[in-house]
Write a protein of this length. Sequence first.
Length: 112
Amino acid sequence: RALVDTYTGTADFSRAEYGRVIDADERRRRHLLQSLLQAAGLDRAAYRARFGTDPAEDYPDELSAFASKGWLDEGEPDMLRLTPDGLAHSDAVGPRLFSPAVRAAMAAYEGR
């Protein structure tokens, strides 16, 4: 109840109370994850222009795991997007892209 009261009583959402500075790897992971969770998916050329690498080079194990489960739509080579089944399993996709540093921070986090 206190959490909901705090949220509904917050007037200014222009800044986060909690957060962390993210490095280049975390920015790439975040971009990939946020893009995959959108139905439109990720434009590989735009990713390469932004980060200088291809997501398949950056995260081959994770993307291979998604493909082996049938969660990646491989119909358009220039796009990375989840299949309908992949979108249905989006709660499993996200954690697979968490870095070891984020996993450690999550494990160490103690709420107020």
